[in-house]
Design a protein around this ligand. Sequence first.
Ligand code: ADP
Length: 443
Amino acid sequence: MDASKRCVARATGWCLAVHEQFRAELLRLLAVAVLVGLFGWVSEAWVLALLVGLGGLALWQLYQVWLLEEWLAGGGGEDLRGVWRSVAEHIERVRLRARQRKKRLSRLLHRFHDTLETMPDAAVILDQRLRVQWFNSAARELLELDAGDSAVGRPLPELLDDPVLADWLRQGADASPLERRMGAACERELELRVAPFAKDQLLLTAHDVTELKRVQTVRRDFIANVSHELRTPLTVVVGYLEMLAEEDLPDEVHNALAASLRQAERMQQLVADLLMLSRLELEEDSPPREPVDVPALLEHLVEDARRLDGDQHPVTLHLQSRAGLLGSESELASAFGNLLFNAILHTPPGTPVDLYWEVDDEGARFCVVDKGPGIPQEHLHRLTERFYRVDKSRSRARGGTGLGLSIVRHVLLRHDAVIEIESQVGEGSRFCCIFPGMRIVPA
Ligand code: ADP
């Protein structure tokens, strides 16, 4: 592309000005050449005329460069002429643009800082070596960082003086969220997260969950206390109802007693499930690690299920391995039992139910597969919530409490395991518990 086209393409005043200045510069040269020619012609001293002309021109250009230099250093620059004036104008425009960009960036930076300042969460920017670069006022309060700038530049693990937190910080952006008690009397509970920030930096945020945890504890204690208080009177009620049911009484009284006994037993089951959930929540931080003979446990479960079900469902156990698990026998029995009894409870008599225990290098998997009515997809992700039931009245009529899968989820959490649920309406369901390799006890 030639120069003129480039100028049109740029469509800037600068380009046109340069052209005008170049024309003026050429005219100036021409005038000097004419003067040199005239002088040479009159005096016939051509060399002298040429030297005077060229020297004058060089001096004039030098003077312009000096003026430009002065102007760049902060001088007026009014005497600049020719292309040098255009160059100065162009530099001025570039400087203006840079100033505007800097102003925009600084406004953006201020807004970012203001946002982080007004946040109730603590925010700390760390460099690669975990040295504090910046922190907001919430960090001052929640992480007890120094109000002055003395924390800036120092490694955060050193400032916090907490070995667990220091190890966690060293994992960098890969660290999963951590809950930690902080403060002199451990009075504050914080949820800490770390994320990559800008280039080679980390952003640590800490959210105060003290109140949330307190409310959760109150709720958990309330449920545990109520369930505990209900257990004894319910045992007495069930005992008397069972005793009365054996008496020789009119049919209508018998029916009423049988219905009362069914409801009382349902309440007993509900109380037992609530107590189990409270206990699991209470012991969340102490994962069980006793060796459990899973094949033997499953064989017993299948026996119990066949007996309680009166062999209405063909239950088959497929043991691919005799390996066991590190965990709690009673908790695993409860989780596996819940899945097996669900398959019996929520499918019509005669539906085959298959249990699989499979172990390989990566981990172990216990699955309960039934060919029952299945569950619509939209319910699957909510099944492990407390009291969530696909069909409330049908589940209740069958003696379900709506807590079974919630118990399964809690037990699995304590065993570093997860639940996988697959179901197709009209084809059946598959509930699998997947355990990591580190939990396997070889046969
Ligand atoms: P429940 O005490 O009602 O069985 P759960 O938490 O164990 O409570 O199960 C939640 C709901 O999931 C049940 O109410 C039922 O609707 C559904 N469900 C669980 N297992 C099965 C299954 N094998 N087949 C069909 N539906 C199931």
